[in-house]
Write a protein that binds this ligand. Structure first.
Ligand code: 5AD
Length: 352
């Protein structure tokens, strides 16, 4: 096992069978060995810095019906909300005053926000923040032309998890959605010039370790700037309500593998990981993660953006939340960086 892990770090070509073998057989001791390697690589590239992004969950309306997701269209018990354009910009302005220099605008796939609305929001965020801030969109599938408009308006990054590269599984999880279009979106975004983020859940029903191994090889080929992964957590109003949650240690193993396969990637210790385990965030950071996304969504809405049961919400006012996260990060031996936190290959480009 150690030999295989070392081979991975040397960036030699790994077969999917080998990745599957690691994921399926790694024990606790070797997990620590793997985490340590990932942590060293992360420190070599990004130091001890943890980048903070202010997350704004601005709508929980969604036209899709993903089997795992709490805000799926068929969940008639979800209390839906939309935050208006002005308020979204104001939330970011407040975040800017607290020190945030990156905002992630996330929502369900809600076409009530027309292309022109998103353009206006992006432009106004850039206008009200007096310094160079990065705007990340996470609003799902739109056309190439729409993505291009958002980019021209100033959007810097786009997150859209591929969810799984196994077509069969993708189609089981996402009724009436197109696997091909999902991948096409990522390719379009990259071509336009965005820093792109892909990713997946660990332990979603029907997923095998071989599926995960293929996801890793897909990421290696795609070379995204960011990768978001977290354990699957059941939601009580979905068809998966009685399924088992994804394994936390397996998620940690995958985080480390991603850091070794894509040394320069921006890798968040996600809210799902923090929700699934009390020390999920600490272990995520020790396993190569270098991003945390504190929640700037106003409290009235936060409880409604429930993708899964008991989603961790610090429930505190933004300034207190930030202080707590700072303390937490310091405790784990890392330090906070409130800058834009660009991918290392984009730092020069975006800062001139
Ligand atoms: N458990 C964990 N993660 C989830 N997501 C959606 N539903 C769940 C769930 N039940 C993830 C998806 C999506 C991201 C925004 O949240 O991967 O892309």
């Amino acid at each position: 096992m150690k030999k295989l892990i070392d081979k991975l770090q040397e960036d030699k070509y790994l077969k999917k069978e080998e990745l599957d073998y690691i994921i399926s057989n790694i024990d606790e001791n070797n997990t620590l060995y793997l985490m340590d390697k990932a942590d060293r690589v992360r420190k070599k590239i990004y130091g001890k810095e943890v980048y903070l992004r202010g997350l704004v969950e601005f709508t929980n309306f969604c036209r899709n019906d993903c089997k795992y997701c709490g805000i799926r269209l068929s969940n008639k018990n979800a209390k839906r909300y939309r935050i208006d354009k002005k308020s979204i910009v104001n939330i970011c302005k407040k975040g800017f005053e607290l020190g945030y220099r990156t905002f992630v605008l996330q929502g369900g796939e809600d076409l009530k926000y027309k292309d022109s609305d998103i353009v206006e929001i992006v432009k106004n965020i850039k206008k009200v923040c007096k310094e160079n801030v990065a705007v990340t969109l996470s609003i799902g599938e739109r056309s190439y032309e729409s993505y291009k408009k958002f980019y021209d308006a100033g959007a810097d990054r786009f997150l859209i998890r591929h969810e799984t590269i196994s077509k069969n599984l993708y189609e089981k999880l996402h009724p009436n959605m197109s696997y091909e279009n999902r991948i096409k979106c990522l390719e379009s975004l990259k071509k336009i010039g965005y820093q792109i983020g892909a990713g997946f859940m660990v332990g979603v029903p029907g997923q095998t370790n071989m599926d995960l191994a293929k996801d890793l090889l897909f990421l290696k080929k795609l070379q995204p700037h960011m990768v978001g992964i977290g354990p699957f957590i059941p939601h009580k109003e979905t068809p998966f309500k009685n399924e088992s949650p994804g394994d936390v240690r397996k998620t940690i193993v995958l985080l480390s593998l991603i850091r070794l396969l894509l040394p320069k990637v921006l890798l968040p210790a996600t809210t799902a990981l923090a929700t699934a385990s009390g020390n999920g965030r600490a272990n995520g950071l020790k396993a190569g993660a270098n991003v945390i996304m504190p929640n700037l969504t106003p409290e009235v809405y936060r409880k409604k953006y429930m993708l899964y049961n008991n989603k961790k919400s610090s429930g505190t006012e933004e300034a207190t939340q930030l202080e707590n996260i700072r303390k937490e990060i310091k405790e784990y031996g890392y330090c906070v960086d409130m800058g834009r936190g660009d991918h290392i290959d984009n730092m020069y480009v975006t800062q001139i």
